[in-house]
Design a protein around this ligand. Structure first.
Ligand code: ATP
Length: 317
């Protein structure tokens, strides 16, 4: 597989439960190295789609490839290359956290010599090191969720499917999860994440796939890398009259729009370019108290899209 080929390729998938058509001719590609947010209203078919990609449901028709391998024809090879967190996951109650992680690693063919390191490394990533000796029946909902995520990533899969991974996690754990997803992406993994929490998805997603009533109604690139255009929001200590003119004169900045002490604008550049902009503003004596990514754009975009009916468009925003 070359680096340009999609990680997940879904073609004309139709899926039916008795009496319900849950997926209607679904086709899309998940770009390699992306974190793609799978969003849509309740009952849209997100869980069904993830289960089909994980090879746990057989579609009525259509094809699904993960890392170039047909899921239905070669499920075992696919399972070595993917990690899957189900929405209603189960853990063995009488196993400790360490045993659960050990079991997941062994089940995914992590070699005997590497299992211990994999268990400790995964526990560390999910802040479970202090809990290794505890039985899962004694864990809170959020801690169980972390163990289940650990089980899904312990074998360093190329593709990770996560169904509502943040449900049950406290705000700090959710924030840490965002960092973990970005880390996994930096390590070369591709993630497909279903969630209803758009503000969190916007923290780490590079792409968004919108499903409604069993159909893909939109696929958008949010940001493919740090050099792509991104919406930023500058917060000032107090409104400043000439801030729009000042920002317009800066390199990499376009379309500044002011609202009180906040200014939104589009920016092209990596983190060091962002730092340069911030430094320039501060050196000019402008009282800045925040520079953040304007996450609400994803939510606005989603709400716009779910009102639309045109299927299979691909946009950049
Ligand atoms: P949510 O956001 O509420 O979790 P979802 O987008 O994940 O929803 P699915 O769970 O995939 O949606 O359900 C898609 C459709 O299939 C819905 O109409 C649902 O009622 C139906 N469905 C799901 N599971 C079954 C089942 N086991 N038997 C029959 N119909 C089902």
């Amino acid at each position: 597989m070359n680096n340009q080929s999609p990680s997940i390729n879904v073609t004309n998938v139709v899926f039916e439960y008795p009496g319900t058509r849950a997926l209607e001719n679904v086709s899309f590609n998940v770009p390699r190295g992306s974190i793609t947010a799978l969003v849509g209203p309740n009952g849209a078919g997100k869980t069904t789609l993830l289960r089909c990609i994980a090879g746990l449901e057989a579609p009525l028709s259509g094809q699904i490839q993960v890392d170039g391998i047909d899921v239905l024809n070669e499920p075992r090879i696919c399972h070595q290359r993917m990690g899957y967190l189900a929405d209603n996951f189960g853990l063995y109650k009488n196993l400790t956290v360490e045993q659960c992680l050990y079991y997941a690693a062994a089940a995914h063919n992590v070699t005997y010599n590497d299992i211990k390191t994999a268990v400790l490394d995964t526990a560390n990533k999910l802040q479970l090191t202090e809990r290794l000796a505890q039985k899962t029946s004694e864990l809170s909902r959020g801690l169980k969720q972390r163990v289940a995520i650990g089980q899904a990533i312990i074998h360093h899969p190329k593709v990770i499917l996560l169904d509502e991974p943040a449900s049950g996690l406290d705000p700090e754990a959710r924030h840490e999860l965002s960092g973990l997803f970005r880390l996994l992406r930096n390590q070369g993994m591709t993630l497909l994440v279903s969630s209803h929490i758009l503000t969190e998805l916007a923290e780490y997603s590079t792409d968004m796939l919108i499903l409604k009533a069993g159909q893909i109604i939109d696929q958008r690139t949010i940001t493919s890398d740090t050099s792509s255009e991104i919406a930023l929001e500058l917060t000032l200590v107090e409104p400043l009259e000439n801030i729009v003119e000042y920002l317009s004169s800066q390199p990499n900045v376009t379309e500044p729009q002011v609202q009180g002490a906040k200014v939104q604008f589009n920016f092209v550049g990596d983190h060091s370019a962002r730092y340069q902009l911030l430094k320039t503003l501060l050196d000019a004596g402008i009282a800045v108290c925040g520079l953040t990514e304007a996450h609400q754009k994803m939510e606005t975009s989603y709400l716009e899209s779910v009102g639309k009916t045109t299927p299979n468009r691909r946009n950049t925003f």
